[in-house]
Design a protein around this ligand. Structure first.
Ligand code: PRE
Length: 273
């Protein structure tokens, strides 16, 4: 089974894929960015994909939420991976000489205090591993990559400083997506994308009230711009109920009678890696 992930080798996405599918024979296929992973699943170049959606420090990974709007994929699983970020440098380089820090924006954002403290410039790469690989290829002693221990081993780099993330308890939530909807039975969560058709006072309160009046607990909510008009949004809502549960079906039906567009993005269980 082919599984698309954000490459190159050595990313947290690869680690999450290997751990999540540890009992399955998979062929991991690296892609250059998160959107390409979702596209590969949508176009059925691969059976499954894995993408990061939320980090404990930095919050939502908007490349993923926006990709979920644009591609027709089904969320069938969730995996939570502990994330430890380190500063990787070429062998023999020292922290004192550092001028630039390279990584993917969500990883840099998880280490804001550290980058401010050492007054280094930051440069964006498409993944932690891509930044680490570039440090290795360029061989410069004045740059470091924010990446994992696994990336340090993969690209034979030194860990110049360990655990540079702002908060000790760091983890990232990944979604496992496929093209076809799997059979949903007794799962604990569902993700809905609600697009209101018109703006009105109390719009979000009315939507949330539908869930609370039916006793449906919500575990995540995120608003994203519609990209059509400033100040208009769509809402990602994750509910602690499987999509086949009566109360969730009722909530969807009520929201639709209010004129909102509701798309079920998936229904799944969470797994800690
Ligand atoms: O760059 C990687 O290693 C990734 O898998 C991406 C990613 C992300 O975009 O959030 C995944 C987990 C960490 O939060 C940092 C980076």
């Amino acid at each position: 089974m082919k599984v698309a992930y954000l490459g190159p080798r050595g990313t947290f996405s690869e680690e999450a894929a290997m751990r999540y599918f540890s009992n399955t024979d998979i062929e991991p296929i690296p892609y250059g960015n998160i959107v390409d992973v979702l596209e590969a699943v949508d176009e059925q170049q691969v059976e499954k994909g894995i993408v990061p959606i939320e980090n404990a420090i930095e919050g939502t990974i908007t490349m993923t939420t926006d990709g979920l709007v644009n591609y027709d994929v089904w969320i069938e699983g969730e995996a939570i991976l502990p994330v430890k970020l380190h500063l990787l440098m070429v062998k023999g380089a020292s922290l004192e000489t550092i001028k630039e820090i390279w990584s993917i924006p969500p990883a840099l954002a998880q280490c804001r205090k550290f980058t401010k403290e050492i007054q280094a410039e930051t440069k964006h790469y498409s993944s932690t591993a891509n930044a680490a690989e570039s440090v290795r290829i360029e061989g410069r002693e004045d740059v470091g990559a924010v990446a994992s221990e696994w990336a340090a081993k993969t690209f034979d780099l030194d860990i110049a400083k360990r655990d540079i993330h702002d908060h000790e308890c760091n983890s990232t939530r990944f979604l496992i997506v496929s093209k076809l909807q799997n059979e949903v039975r007794n799962v604990s969560k569902s993700m809905l994308l609600i697009t209101p058709t018109e703006d009105r006072p109390g719009l979000l309160a009315i939507i949330l009230n539908v869930f609370s009046s039916l006793g449906v607990n919500l575990t995540w909510i995120e608003s994203r711009p519609t990209k059509k008009k400033l100040g208009t949004y769509r809402f990602f809502i994750e509910a602690a109920l499987g999509v086949e549960e009566e109360n969730l079906k009722k909530a969807i039906a009520i929201l639709e009678t209010y004129g909102h567009h509701v798309r079920v993005l998936g229904s799944y269980d969470a797994k800690r890696l």
